[in-house]
Design a protein around this ligand. Structure first.
Ligand SMILES: C[S@@+](CC[C@H](N)C(=O)[O-])C[C@H]1O[C@@H](n2cnc3c(N)ncnc32)[C@H](O)[C@@H]1O
Length: 309
């Protein structure tokens, strides 16, 4: 995790939205969502843990007519327990408000998703139809007790064609996510599709067609290398990306042209100011010499110059 921090201005591009949604996963999200679009896989989209909207903004582009996109986050409300509260204080409290999420989201979309400002545990209270979702991104609390509940919710909610994505399944600072993910693989029938450095992609349906297609398409992507392994007899694809992999392009925000025009005007003003300062330098140096040197020295310099002519 690296890019948290105050976001002082409206975003011109998705990269201006602070968050933890990196190039390789942006490629994988696009790939999975495009496959679903091509196959006309029906279903809703759900994100648990949105922060300032970096991944939610992209997901919002894939909601089709008749589908819903639900985003659940605590935003600026209280966490349900002390450990979760500590997590919030350490990582998000100084920067995260619901208002900031909404402004970022509306910079790219005409309407907000269905927002649930609450702990993710409320998602299992019957507000979402079982087997009605095709994509669930779990990126809220990274503590074991929360994540295992989020996975159980995803299992109930995803259709067989659906994909669940789990953030930080292998980081040193998130052992709870690792424990929950591999427990789900071992005891909850979760089948891995692919893993990146940051995220685990899995399904409760058949991963084989998606894996075959992904391997086929990766062969044409030299910046990404795929490795195959087996866990308890099930195939898992491991994806490595070359350093400096660029994220897929994403449309700009509604403020882009205005922000770029402002940035250009500011750069031009600064350039003109520097030019004027540089031009004023010799005159100012002359004035300074006149003010600082004693009259005898000034006269001597003047005489020497006259004599030298
Ligand atoms: C790592 S951030 C999400 C990053 C985001 N997906 C992105 O792309 O940048 C985790 C988010 O989970 C939220 N969160 C933490 N614990 C939560 C809980 N118990 N229920 C709901 N949201 C929670 C935090 O408020 C924070 O916004």
């Amino acid at each position: 995790m690296s890019t948290a921090g105050p976001q002082s201005a409206p975003p011109a591009t998705l990269d201006d939205v602070r968050g933890w949604f990196f190039a390789v996963d942006r490629h994988l999200f696009v790939w999975f969502l495009e496959q679903q679009k091509k196959a006309e896989t029906p279903g809703n989209l759900i994100e648990m843990g949105a922060y300032l909207g970096r991944s939610a903004i992209m997901l919002g582009d894939y909601v089709r007519e008749g589908e819903t996109f639900t985003v659940c986050d605590l935003f600026d409300s209280e966490a349900p327990d002390e450990a979760n509260s500590g997590e919030m204080a350490a990582s998000y409290r100084d920067t995260l408000t619901r208002k900031a999420f909404e402004s970022n989201y509306l910079a790219f979309h005409d309407a907000l998703p269905d927002l649930v400002q609450a702990p993710t545990s409320v998602m299992s209270d019957g507000r979402v139809e079982p087997k009605s979702a095709r994509f669930v991104h779990i990126d809220a609390s990274h503590l074991y007790e929360h994540v295992i509940g989020d996975i159980a919710f995803a299992k109930e909610t995803l259709s067989p064609e659906g994909v669940v994505v789990l953030d930080d399944y292998r980081s040193e600072h998130t052992p709870g996510v690792s424990a929950a993910v591999w427990e789900a693989v071992a005891t909850m029938d979760l089948l891995p599709i692919v893993v990146s450095a940051n995220k685990f992609y899995g399904t409760w349906g058949d991963p084989t067609p998606l894996q075959d297609l992904l391997l086929e398409e990766l062969a044409e992507h030299p910046e990404l290398t795929a490795y195959e392994e087996r866990i308890r007899g099930n195939r898992i694809i491991r994806l490595r990306n070359k350093a400096g992999l660029k994220a897929p392009s994403f449309r700009t925000s509604r403020f882009h042209d205005h922000i770029v025009a402002e940035r250009t005007a500011k750069a031009e003003r600064e350039r003109r100011l520097k030019e004027a300062e540089a031009a004023a330098l010799p005159a100012r140096a002359k004035r300074l010499a006149k003010d600082l040197l004693p009259p005898v020295a000034t006269r001597a310099i003047r005489n020497a110059r006259r004599g030298g002519r």
